[in-house]
Design a protein around this ligand. Structure first.
Ligand code: COA
Length: 263
């Protein structure tokens, strides 16, 4: 899966020195398909290489940030466990290796990769009613996007374990308390306020900003890449597990999953 050009579900535009990337799939709560990952990766890579761009800014259309990976695609992978791309998801690679600063504005729910992607962003702002959940275990899966390294490093082991084991939803204010969010703004203002942070950052000396980002990330970059490889291996295997099959069948049948017969 390589990065591709623009598609309708991913809006990409340049506003002065800021590249704006908008997730636009409201009918599916901004769940991400392979094609969307690829388009976002392409946008980030192009922005990183474009001398006119100094900051990358990501947000969700309407009042949903992102409902995670498209579960239909997970289900198709369950039914057809063919060869998987060895290098994993190009969006994960793009967000973990971007040299320019990345800012996210979270309006409404962020679920699964909608949260784990944020661990790679430099600044994250959330609306008052934004919420966060990482229900990978609930789906019979395991953490991804380097989150099994980044999350405990940020919030501590016990908190990370609780978030990942139980997949419970936490609020924007809790996310701020945990260090996952820089600031919380009224819902109707968060995109504008976060964008004004992007504009301010775009006025800083660009080389110094990029150097500072690389120094901040230097000590963790090998560990993140190594963790992502390990997670990808297990995640791919988990997609074919009976636990994951049951969780996905339950989601699309709008019923509670039943894991009582698994050992
Ligand atoms: N993948 C694919 N489709 C998804 C989706 C996802 N991650 N999240 C939502 N959708 C679809 C629903 O199937 C539904 O489609 P339909 O209208 O064709 O039936 C549509 O989006 C609206 O979702 P719905 O569940 O009816 O809305 P809701 O407001 O009741 O709940 C969510 C919204 C996001 C809380 C709920 O859809 C949900 O839990 N989604 C799964 C989140 C998840 O587990 N993501 C993966 C994490 S690893």
């Amino acid at each position: 899966m390589n990065a591709t050009g623009p598609i309708a579900e991913i809006g990409v535009s340049r506003q002065q020195a800021v590249c704006r990337i908008e997730i636009r799939r409201p009918e599916k709560k901004n769940a991400l398909t392979r094609e969307m990952y690829s388009a976002m990766a392409g946008a980030i890579e192009q922005a990183d290489a474009d001398g006119r761009i100094r900051v990358i800014f990501l947000y969700g259309a309407a009042d949903f940030f992102c409902a995670g990976n498209d579960l239909k695609e997970f289900q198709e992978a369950v039914d057809d466990p063919g060869p998987r791309p060895e290098q994993g998801n190009p969006f994960m690679r793009a967000i973990s290796s971007a040299q320019k600063p990345m800012i996210a504005a979270v309006t409404g729910p962020a679920i699964g990769v909608g949260v784990t992607m944020l661990l790679h962003f430099d600044l994250v702002y959330a609306g008052e009613s934004a919420s966060f959940a990482m229900p990978f275990v609930n789906l019979g899966l395991c953490p991804e996007a380097g989150s099994s390294f980044l999350l405990p490093r940020l919030v501590g082991h016990q908190r990370a374990a609780e978030m990942l084991f139980l997949g419970e939803t936490f609020s924007a204010h809790q996310a701020r308390e945990f260090g996952m969010v820089n600031d919380v703004y009224p819902d109707g203002e968060v995109i504008e306020k976060a964008f004004s942070r992007a504009e301010k950052l775009a006025q800083q000396p660009p080389e110094s900003v990029r150097l500072t980002k690389s120094l901040l990330k230097r000590s963790a970059s090998d560990a993140i890449a190594d963790t992502m490889r390990e997670e990808l291996f297990h995640f791919s295997q988990r997609l074919s597990s009976a636990e994951c099959r049951e969780a996905l069948a339950a989601f699309f049948a709008r019923r509670q999953p039943d894991f009582s017969s698994f050992s």
